[in-house]
Each structure stands twice: as C-alpha cells, then as structure tokens.
Design a protein around this ligand. Structure first.
Ligand code: PSZ
Length: 498
C-alpha cells in the first residue's frame, strides 16, 4: 500500500521526543494509527514500578503472581500503546498475548459500547444454545460468516481458544463414530457404556499432533500440546501420536532443497504414526496443526507441507483441523494464515480466538453433530464480543488493514534482517509473514536481558520457543511505529555488544 497517510485511521506529522527515554532526539514524521495515540513511549520508573510492585504484593496474598509483568491502567492505554499504573507508556508489540486487533480503547469499540441498541447485549449473558437473542443470526452472519474461510459455512462460538480446540476435537470424534456406525442408530449398549467411561460408547480414538505445538490447557487440548512444560507437568495425558513439525532453515527460499527434504521427512512420519496407531487399535480421527507454531518458537512450514498434510488426511478420510487461534484475524497479511497456502480445498475445521475476540470454530457440514446438546455448554461464547468483532471486521475492510499489515510487516522484517546482519553472533533467523515476525537470540538468558532492556526503554515484546523474540502487534501498526522500535532495538543490541 503506497500512501499509508491516506488510511482513514491515520493522522500525520507530529514529532516524537525520543529524548524522553534516553536515546538521542530524532525529529521524524510520525504516522499515528489513532489520533489519540501518544507520540512515542515514555518510561520514568523501573518496570514493574513502585505502584505495580505494591499491587503485585497484594495480589500475591490471593493468588500466584509469578507470571505478572506489571499492572495496567487500561483507561490510559491508547492505540498501540499500553500504560502501566506508574505512568509509564510502552509501545506494545505483544498486545495481550496477540489478542488486541485494533488497539486499546479504539473509538469504534467505545461507540459500540455506548449505543442504546447494544445495551441489552452487554448486560444480559444468554445461554446461547437454548435462548439465543433475536439478533443472534445476523450477528453470526455479520461478524463471523462475513470472514469465514472459503468453503466453511458452519460456525460454533466458544469462550476461549482452548475450549474451541477441545470442542473441535469432539466434533471430529462424533463424526468418526457416526461414519463407523454407517447409518445404524446409537445403541443402548453405547449409551450405557459411555456413562461408565467404557467402550463401545467411549471408543479408543486419537488425534495426531506435532512436537512443539500448543493448543490449550484442558485435558483434550493438552493431549495435543507439546510446548512449555508448566502446561503439562503432573497431568495424565492420552497416548496419542505426535509427529515432528518441520525444522526449517531461514530464509526459507534460500534453503528450498533442504527444507523440502525436511518437510518430506515429517510427512512420512505422519503417515507412519497414523498406521502405528491403527495397529494399536487407537485410530487417528483427525490431525491438528498450527499454521505457524507460535508458543513453540514461531516455527514456519511451507505451503507444500500443509498441502501434503491435507492429502494424507484425505487419504485416511479424517479431518484436518487448523488451529488459527493465534494466526487468524489478519496479522499474517491475510485474514486466515492458511490462505497463503493455496490448499486444494478448505481445511475441515478452523479454530479461532484471540484477535477474533470470541473463541469458536468453523467447520464443514459433515462435522456437524446431528443430536442436540453434543457441542454445548452454558454460555457458548458471549454475544457482546460479536458486537466488537463486527466493528473490527468492518474496520479491517474499510481501512484495508490487511494491506497495511503486509506493508508494515515487510518494513519490520527488513529492519530485523538489517540488525541481524550487523550482529550475526547474537541474532539469527529473522522470519515472518505480515507483522507475524520473530527473531532468534543466541540463548535464552540473553533473549530475556534484551526483552527486559527493551521494556525499560518503552517496548513491550514477548518471547516464544527456547530463545526467540516474537512480534504480535495490533493490525493498526504503521511503519512509524516500526521505526520507533528499530531505533530502540538497535540501541539495546549495540549496548549489549559494547
Ligand atoms: O500459557 C498459555 O496458556 C498460553 S500463552 C499463549 C497461549 C496460551 N496461546 C493460546 C493458544 C494458541 O496460541 C493456539 C495456537 N491454540 C490455542 C490456544 C489456547 O487459547 P486460549 O489461551 O484462549 O485458551
């Protein structure tokens, strides 16, 4: 996209005072994605600062606070900037673990909240599977079906990413057993035995997943999760097949031959595992995979791998389920990351949450349960989230935000390559699609020092894998934000190398 300044939600030309956070003042034109956004980060205390530390101490008397970074003043957050309770303002490139689509306190969302006609939706939380509100069908159509992956026209809302994955797995198992029954009605033996947790009502079935994948924390989702030990330690998990996810060399196109061989190896492993679990009498009822393995280290695979995976799923007549909880809703420059792959047909299930603001999954007709109460719980999501999602989807379309993501992302990636080239012993594997970028640091300790120093200079970023830094900004990030980041990143890396 050539003229970013013409984007409706951008206003232009203010000067940022870099001096405020200790680097030389540079006068550059800043394109802001939100007129109310600050001109740049501002940090005046340690982070967490004194008030944050006090609040953490108090919270710690009630619950474990080991994961808390700092307390936030959400009223003062704006656009791409997060404000803490000590008056510090950070450029947020991590955005609530990748879950803020159009920035903090976006005027469109605040307006939606204030509208009289939305009031009943905000104050009454329905049991959607039993008492859906009058406007539910149109909300599903306007917010969710208007962006459904092509070829998928069924959708189920859920509360979060994990329960979207968990219920998708159930939809796969239900469909598998229905096919096995071949039209025969459910037997009374099946009904009785399932209540006792025995076969034939509770069959031996499995889901194939990938090493370093992460899909959530409930027991079924944990069965397919293989990243971050605190998620799994001490919990019994099913004996389900796990295949290697490709470990590719970057930049991908420079290692096309090596990467192809690695992807073929992994596809072969998938075939082998499916046969092995067949022989164990625990057949694979579906395959789950992230388009980019996120928590596991921002591991990419090429379209060839995913096309191959779809072929294998089809050969075995099992569904391919894509977990787009983190990759979905635009941050790769396409609304769904799998749109980059040119698949022969739609994936069977696509799970979402995070930037979509509601959890849920799209699925093909054959995965639709035929009895009531099969994919069900009390709330099944929250209609007020669809009010916000509709605003998000409209803004993405009106302001061509996917084009902006692509443009901002290429600027970010070229900046990362540039720093990496200057500090090859320290940084490697700059990679990304859209703004879904990351870079590896030589070891975990150094990575954590860099993240800490960045925060101290006004940049909030996240980690993933063993030693990666990952970028998960809003869809409103502009080149000027990237410039602010690059200046600070450069100074942190240079200081480290003194
Ligand atoms: O520690 C955790 O539980 C974390 S930190 C980041 C996540 C979870 N990501 C959530 C996630 C995801 O990235 C993918 C690809 N699939 C499913 C999930 C689970 O979503 P939530 O957290 O909404 O349940």
């Amino acid at each position: 996209m050539a003229a970013l300044c013409s984007v409706r939600s951008c206003v232009s030309t203010v000067t940022r005072g870099l001096r405020r956070y200790g680097t030389p003042a540079v006068a550059k034109a800043v394109v802001k994605s939100d007129p109310l956004e600050p001109d740049g980060p501002f940090v005046n205390t340690e982070i967490p600062g004194p008030l944050s530390r006090e609040l953490i101490q108090e919270l710690d008397t009630i619950q474990n606070t080991k994961a808390v970074h700092f307390f936030v003043d959400y009223e003062r957050c704006q656009g791409n900037y997060i404000a803490d309770v000590d008056g510090n303002v950070l450029l947020d490139l991590y955005t609530q673990i990748a879950s803020v689509p159009i920035g903090y306190n976006h005027p469109r969302l605040l307006d939606a909240l204030m509208k009289d006609e939305n009031r009943a939706t905000f104050v009454n939380r329905p049991a959607l599977g039993v008492y859906p509100p009058r406007d539910w069908n149109s909300r599903l159509k306007n917010a969710l079906l208007s962006v459904s992956p092509s070829g998928l026209n069924q959708v189920q809302t859920m509360a979060c990413g994990t329960c979207s994955v968990e219920h998708s797995q159930k939809a796969m198992f239900i469909a598998y057993q229905r096919r096995k029954r071949g039209g025969r009605p459910i037997s009374s033996e099946e009904i009785q035995s399932c209540l006792d947790g025995r076969g034939p009502g509770c069959p031996n079935l499995s889901v194939l997943s990938f090493k370093n994948g992460l899909h959530g924390r409930t027991m079924g989702a944990l069965g397919v999760t293989h990243a971050k030990w605190p998620l799994k330690l001490d919990f019994p998990v099913p004996d389900w097949p796990v295949a290697s996810f490709p470990t590719l060399q970057y930049p991908l196109n420079q290692f096309a031959r090596e990467n192809r061989a690695e992807e073929n190896r992994c596809l072969e492993e998938v075939r082998e595992r499916i046969h092995a679990w067949d022989r164990k009498d625990c057949p694979v009822a579906g395959i789950i995979v992230e388009p980019i393995q996120s928590e596991g280290g921002d591991n990419h695979a090429t379209p060839y791998f995913f096309q191959g995976l779809q072929d294998i799923a089809k050969e075995h007549e099992i569904p391919l389920m894509l977990d787009e909880v983190q990759t979905g809703c635009g941050s790769t420059g396409k609304f769904w990351a799998h749109e980059h792959w040119n698949l022969r047909e739609a994936p069977d299930i696509v799970c979402f949450s995070k930037k979509m603001l509601t959890g849920g999954f799209y699925y093909k007709d054959h995965l639709r349960p035929q009895e009531g109460h099969r994919i069900f719980n009390t709330w099944l999501g929250d209609p007020s989230k669809l009010i916000f999602l509709e605003e998000v989807v409209n803004l993405i379309k009106e302001d061509d935000l996917l084009d902006r993501v692509e443009d901002t992302g290429s600027h970010l990636l070229s900046g990362l390559h540039d720093v990496q080239d200057r500090f090859p012993g320290l940084l490697s594997k700059a990679r990304g699609v859209g703004t879904y970028c990351s870079i590896d640091v030589k070891d975990a300790d150094t990575r954590d020092i860099i993240l800490h120093r960045l925060r101290r200079k006004g940049i909030n970023l996240g980690s993933c894998g063993s030693s990666s830094i990952r970028f998960r900004p809003t869809l409103l990030l502009c080149r000027s934000h990237v410039d602010i980041f690059m200046d600070i990143f450069d100074s942190v890396i240079s200081e480290l190398h003194l």
